[in-house]
Design a protein around this ligand. Structure first.
Ligand SMILES: Cc1ncc(COP(=O)(O)O)c(C=O)c1O
Length: 352
């Protein structure tokens, strides 16, 4: 389970525990929101001072509420996430705080559990390992952690080389340095100074884990793809119509898979797992904007009945989005998955 509602809990429990063991008293992270929520919770639990540096005006309401109530000092920086991380790295270099971004290797150790769970559960439920894992990419920590997990399994003899799922990253078009690097075949990423997307969790222009994640994408035969904000919102509605509520960055994985299937990069036979990384309530404003409007009705049963007889202009928004996607030849069938373990299993059945 992910107690603060995002996959960041996996690594943060380990990172904060290590900090506690070595006697650190001040923790710090830069964050697009979810890292700060997780650090604030575990920092509070460990009784340590916690600083979170956030890009002012660019963090979703649910995440700030979490950091606030857990008692972190919320430092709003007039800059983007990458600039917040520059400051946190300076603080760490000066010995003023213990850095808990995904540059911290203990964070990635914790996040490897996602890879283990995907393999374990897919094997149990589908009888095989997935061919591909599609995940949203910001700082590329999760991509790096999954690659490390699979490499270690191969080295230990628990997994065959050809059983490693193809790691496939999805970024928003307005913040896609990893996609650029994969398309251009470069060893590193170019720092994007101006980044923008509705998926604020992955509004990152300088993915610091790119040196670990790019080799992972390439070595596993994966790829990376950029999606528009409209495609992200459309995928968010589709998932919501299936009863799975996620924040925009999470929905990017499904949007990316759709695009790769449209382009013929992923064929209908492939067993694909899309990772969903953060709960819908993390970003209530995005959810409300993508969903239906409340309908005012009189305080009277007959009037309510009369009202619901009329076709609604808004109530079907989410359902319409879902059925449109379900009818789509690209996603003929979606089968159940679970957010509880931080990912959503989506098996794409071949088109009949
Ligand atoms: C909801 C969500 N999805 C995806 C990501 C990207 O993860 P990573 O930075 O490990 O690439 C983040 C990072 O903040 C996130 O909060």
């Amino acid at each position: 389970m992910n107690p603060t509602g995002s996959f960041k809990d996996r690594g943060m429990t380990v990172g904060v525990r290590v900090a506690q063991k070595v006697g650190v008293d001040r923790l710090a992270c830069a964050s697009t929101g979810n890292t700060s929520a997780a650090l604030s919770a575990y920092g509070a639990r460990g009784g340590m001072e916690t600083l979170v540096l956030l890009p002012a005006g660019k963090v979703a309401a649910g995440k700030i509420a979490q950091a606030s109530l857990h008692g972190a000092r919320i430092l709003e920086v007039d800059g983007n996430f990458d600039q917040c991380l520059d400051i946190v790295q300076d603080l760490a270099d000066r010995g003023e705080a213990y850095l808990l971004n995904s540059l911290n290797p203990f964070r990635l150790e914790g996040q490897k559990t996602i890879g283990l769970e995907i393999l374990e559960r897919h094997k149990r439920e589908e009888g095989s390992y997935p061919d591909r894992i599609v995940l949203p990419v910001g700082n590329a920590g999760n991509t790096a952690a999954l690659y490390k997990c699979f490499r270690e399994l191969v080295e230990s003899g628990a997994l065959e080389e050809d059983e490693v799922p193809k790691l496939t990253g999805v970024q928003a078009e307005g913040a896609a340095p990893m996609v650029e690097a994969i398309e251009d075949g470069t060893d590193g990423t170019r720092r994007w100074e101006d980044v923008e997307t509705i998926a604020t969790a992955i509004r990152i222009g300088n993915p610091v884990n790119a040196p670990k994640a790019l080799p992972g994408i390439r070595a596993t035969g994966g790829t990376a793809v950029a999606v528009s904000d409209e495609e992200i919102t459309d995928a968010q509605r589709t998932l919501a119509g299936e009863g799975v509520g996620v924040e925009p960055a999470s929905a990017a994985s499904v949007a990316g898979l759709r695009k790769l299937r449209e382009r013929g990069v992923v064929d209908a036979e492939e067993e694909v797992v899309c990772l969903t990384t953060g709960h819908l309530l993390k970003d209530p404003d995005a959810a409300a904007a993508a969903g239906s409007e409340p309908e005012p009705v009189p305080n009277d049963t007959d009037a309510v009945l009369e009202h619901i007889e009329e076709p609604s202009s808004v109530a079907g928004t989410v359902r319409r989005g879902a059925s449109k996607a379900a009818d789509s030849p690209l996603i003929p069938a979606l089968v159940a998955g679970g957010l509880g373990i931080g990912y959503l299993l989506r098996k794409l059945r071949s088109k009949k």
